[in-house]
Design a binder for this molecule. Structure first.
Ligand SMILES: [Fe+2]
Length: 477
């Protein structure tokens, strides 16, 4: 059995003829369910209410005929193969039916053709259905794509940054309104314009180099700085990104990216930098005054501060810390013992060993220093560095027993510089212990009391790079 559920709509006035057709179908392997109609209204109703695989239509009925049935089917816009089955039709009438939309016609005398024709028509109808489905899906996909493109275009048009696309030669092929505003050209003027038109020679070179790199490697360039010249001649600072623009086969056909005007930001940064420089100078003056005050009272500590500040700065440089951080370390190092101003001079300059009470008084200098500096307006955490310079990595330092990363890197550097200087120099109550002993102290306690990377840098400076403490110009900062 080919199809157990062949649904046949019979346009036929004779029930006997209908049964005859069903028998032929059964013989051909089709088990059919059918409905017989003999008027236009009945056919219309049957088409509306049920689904059909095939329509077998007599040529002439008392109140209906094949031509009207074909017209009605066309009107209903349903794709069901209609086959005219008749005993009387002449060739001319048959051709007319075919022209109007019948899929075939079968003479009742040649009923053997019926099943092969039905088989062919079912197959073709299925192929048409599949094609229609594919077309529908394609249309839906295209519509989705159109909507998505529309959405992206709207986003691109509404972003504050300039968006551009160019060909491989750098001629603009697409851009948004922000790009027009940025360059000061109208949309019409900007279209097709080459990037050389709005850059000077130097920037054009820079741009070419960046684009070439992106073209060669396929890697996008992000946030590169260049300058453009607007149509009105004004120069603007720009931050841009560029990536390859590819065709559907993946071949690069141009470039695209985002362009941001950074002129205001640059001006603001310059201004901020100037303010910062002024503030740094002011802090420097204040620090110098404090260090001088300490020197009058306690020349020993002043010299110690100056030398440990220089070592701390050199260690920070060796560790390739940013310049601003290095400046902060040098500054804090120069006054790290400023808290000793509040300790009686007799204790500070006592030539003999300190008692426990005296030592605990000395220990207060870290916190005292913090109190003295905490309200100083400064670009660096000076007070905090001074507060922490006696803390140790394992938490055995003072005054707060901070550990590891709780201690600022700047303070960890100062701790090593402080110990090195103190051991290598003469103290009021003892001669110098010597550099060798100082090396041993920091090496032995590397990673325990002192930061490992700081110790390594310090030892490298002394052992390999010939670093030496300077015992002159104690206030040179
Ligand atoms: Fe200290």
């Amino acid at each position: 059995m080919k199809d157990p559920s062949l649904r046949v709509l019979m346009v036929e006035d004779s029930e006997n003829d209908a049964l005859l057709l069903i028998r032929v179908l059964r013989k051909g392997g089709y088990h059919s369910v059918y409905e017989r109609v003999e008027t236009a209204a009945a056919m219309k109703k049957a088409l509306q209410e049920r689904q059909w695989d095939i329509i077998l239509c007599d040529h002439s009925l008392p109140n209906f005929n094949a031509l009207s049935a074909i017209a009605l089917l066309k009107e209903s816009n349903i794709d069901i193969p209609l086959i005219v089955v008749t005993g009387t039709v002449g060739e001319e009438a048959a051709v007319k039916c075919m022209r109007l939309g019948a899929r075939d016609y079968i003479m009742k005398s040649k009923m053997a053709r019926l099943c092969p024709v039905i088989a062919r028509e079912l197959k073709e109808a299925q192929a048409r259905r599949k094609h229609r489905q594919a077309e529908f899906q394609k249309k839906a996909a295209l519509e989705e794509l159109r909507k998505s493109e529309e959405k992206h275009l709207a986003i691109i048009e509404n972003i504050e940054e300039g968006y551009y696309e160019s060909d491989l030669k750098g001629n603009l092929t697409f851009f948004n309104s922000a790009m027009c505003q940025l360059l000061g050209y109208s949309r019409e003027e900007l279209f097709g314009i080459n990037s050389r038109r709005f850059t000077d020679k130097e920037n054009a070179k820079k741009l070419f180099k960046t684009f070439l790199e992106v073209y060669k490697t396929g890697n996008p360039a992000k946030a590169f700085d260049w300058q453009i010249i607007r149509k009105d001649g004004a120069t603007r600072h720009i931050e841009a990104s560029v990536s390859q623009l590819k065709d559907s086969s993946g071949k690069p056909i141009g470039f695209r990216g985002i362009v941001r005007d950074t002129t205001e930001r640059k001006l603001w940064e310059e201004k901020l930098q100037q303010t910062l420089e002024i503030l740094k100078k002011e802090v420097n003056t204040a620090i110098h005054a404090l260090a001088t005050a300490l020197e009058f009272r306690d020349p020993y500590t002043a010299g110690h501060q100056s030398r440990s500040a220089d070592l701390a700065r050199t260690i920070a440089t060796e560790m390739t810390l940013p310049k601003n951080k290095i400046d902060g370390i040098r500054m804090a190092g120069s006054i790290h013992d400023i808290g000793k101003l509040s300790i009686p001079a007799e204790i500070l300059s006592k030539p003999t060993k300190l008692t426990d009470i005296e030592f605990s008084l000395i220990k207060e200098h870290a916190q005292n220093g913090y109190q003295m500096l905490k309200d100083v307006e400064s670009p660096w955490p000076l007070a905090e560095m001074v507060y922490q310079h006696h803390e140790r990595m394992n938490g055995t330092g003072y005054p707060r027993n901070l550990q590891g990363d709780e201690i600022l890197l700047e303070a960890r550097i100062m701790a090593v510089a402080d110990v090195m200087e103190a051991m290598a120099s003469h103290r009021p109550y003892r001669p110098s212990l010597g550099l060798q002993t100082a090396y041993e102290e920091i090496e032995k306690n590397k990673g325990i009391l002192y930061d490992s990377a700081v110790v390594d840098s310090c030892l490298r400076l002394f052992r390999q790079k010939g670093y030496e403490f300077q015992y002159r110009n104690i206030h040179k900062m």
